[in-house]
Design a protein around this ligand. Structure first.
Ligand code: NDP
Ligand code: 2IT
Length: 450
């Protein structure tokens, strides 16, 4: 008996019905399903075994209370989650996000996307994501430490070096990973590679900090090379001013491009003189270490202007890198970028472009890389950190740099393999979705109905 022959519309109606009020999750599934339904049309096994339906149902969603005490002695209660989406090709792997807007829908979309992204890296990692609706802004160092410890006091029982390996994401960097690793080690007594993004002194990997932003720019350069172009002399518009945005900016500058914008949740800064390495270093210190606002950039560098409450997509550019958060680049923004002559878009963030925007970029046949392809460098180096932890040794920077470049290049090749539409147009969304899906799906077929 085959019960798998629903069409795309029926499939999505089911996803919506089973996941009420989870718009981000439904959006991420739809973006993948649009390509996968066409791919599996003539492949009965994937239908009969309900593979996409199963990938779109997380293996489990763990939700828990996180209690902590603030500096004034008030008891505060947050909600924490770990979404373990799929471990067909390796232990669950994916970041932890601390942001007030975190909810189950956001983490389910991120864990779903992560499953395909991790498959694309070629490394043995399944997909997961976690986080809490905790706002690190305005919190003291001690409050952040106590929150991380409390979060790990529940999370530790669900993770493990061969089970589920979390890392950083929005609001979680090396400092938070340190507090969480310290608490894990204290509770279990185990010094293992249970988290990635660790400090270099205690099991971390060189270039993990830079890997997502650098990798996104390597991917962008690969896309431009298919048209015989390079980043030299190109003007780049970037959103965000955190880990991914600042390292993407740094690599653009190293490759001879000019970065003219950065942003945060307050608005964007436009610096027509270019945001060079010194200015990027200022942003890193100001945003990451001092937890400041991007708005303050204009006082430090008077040639720039600040645009409150706005995203930077109206600034004319050759290339654009959305590196802040989901749904920050809408259909109208995509039209503006295309009208202004933008040649290529590489997503550093996860699902920064909404579905309308994706359709605009596809229709314009733009060089457009979805985050699951172009931001995979971060989790790829996390995978290399896991290998180094298992070997109990550290690899050299040059080796890791080369491996990151090779992995990004391999993802680019995989996108071409399944996304080449002929006539010089590569649909990178389709290529990434199919290449990621196929690896996970074929593993699931091998396991039978589990
Ligand atoms: P950071 O916390 O270092 O920086 C986040 C940046 O995005 C800040 O500038 C922040 O501004 C801005 N931002 C966050 N939420 C919003 C919002 N709702 N509206 C506008 N701006 C916002 O995070 P990362 O740089 O690590 O992550 C950025 C993106 O990249 C995320 O989508 C993440 O999932 C993705 N990513 C990260 C990887 C990594 O290795 N870190 C790997 C792959 C993808 P503000 O300071 O005002 O909050
Ligand atoms: O979205 C992502 O790929 C990350 N936040 C990094 C995940 C990881 O495990 O390094």
């Amino acid at each position: 008996m085959s019960n798998g022959h629903v069409d795309l519309h029926q499939f999505m109606e089911g996803v919506k019905r089973r996941n009420p009020h989870q718009d981000e999750f439904v959006q991420a599934v739809q973006e993948v399903a649009e390509d996968i339904f066409a791919f599996i049309a003539d492949k009965a096994a994937y239908h009969e075994q309900q593979i996409l339906r199963r990938i779109a149902e997380p293996d489990r969603v763990v939700s828990f209370r996180v209690c902590w005490e603030d500096d004034a002695g008030n008891i505060r209660v947050q909600r924490g989650w770990r979404v373990q989406n799929n471990n067909a090709i390796g232990p669950y792997k994916g970041g932890i996000r601390f942001h007030p807007a975190v909810n189950e829908s956001v983490l389910k979309f991120l864990a779903f996307e992560q499953t395909f992204k991790n498959a694309l890296t070629g490394l043995p990692m399944g997909g997961g994501k976690g986080g809490a609706n905790f706002n690190p802004k305005g919190k003291s160092e001690r409050e952040i430490m106590r929150f991380c410890q409390s979060f790990m006091t529940e999370l530790y029982r669900h993770i493990g070096a061969d089970v589920d390996v979390p890392a950083g994401d929005i609001g979680v960097g090396a400092r938070e990973i340190g507090y969480m690793f310290g608490q894990y080690k204290r509770i279990t007594g185990n010094f293992t590679g249970v988290l990635t993004g660790k400090g270099l002194e205690w099991g971390g990997s060189l270039i993990r900090t830079e890997a997502t932003g650098y990798g996104a720019v390597y991917f962008l350069a690969e896309m431009l090379a298919t048209k015989g172009e390079s980043l030299a002399g190109k003007t780049a518009v970037i959103s965000g001013s955190g880990n991914v945005a600042t390292h993407a900016a740094e690599k653009i500058v190293q490759l001879g491009g000019k970065v003219v914008t950065l942003s945060d949740s307050g608005g964007f800064i436009h610096d027509p003189d270019g945001i060079g390495q010194e200015k990027i270093d200022w942003v890193k210190t100001h945003k990451t270490h001092r937890r400041g606002r991007i708005e303050d950039y204009v006082a430090a560098f008077p040639g720039a202007t600040f645009h409150a409450g706005r995203t930077p997509w109206g600034v004319p550019c050759d290339v654009a890198l959305p590196c802040a958060t989901q749904n920050e680049l809408l259909g109208e923004d995509a039209k503006t970028l295309v009208a202004n002559g933008c040649r290529a878009v590489a997503e550093g963030a996860n699902m920064p472009t909404d579905l309308d925007g994706v359709h605009v970029f596809k229709a314009a046949r733009l060089l457009y890389a979805p985050g699951k392809a172009s931001n995979a460098g971060g989790v790829a180096v996390s995978g290399l950190e896991m290998s180094q932890n298992s070997e109990r040794r550290s690899w050299k920077e040059e080796e890791l740099q080369q491996m990151l470049k090779d992995i990004m290049s391999g993802i680019h090749q995989a996108c071409i393999r399944y996304g080449d539409q002929g006539g010089g147009y590569i649909d990178y969304v389709k290529g990434a979705n199919i290449a990621g899906f196929k690896k996970v799906a074929d593993a699931m077929l091998a396991f039978g109905v589990v």
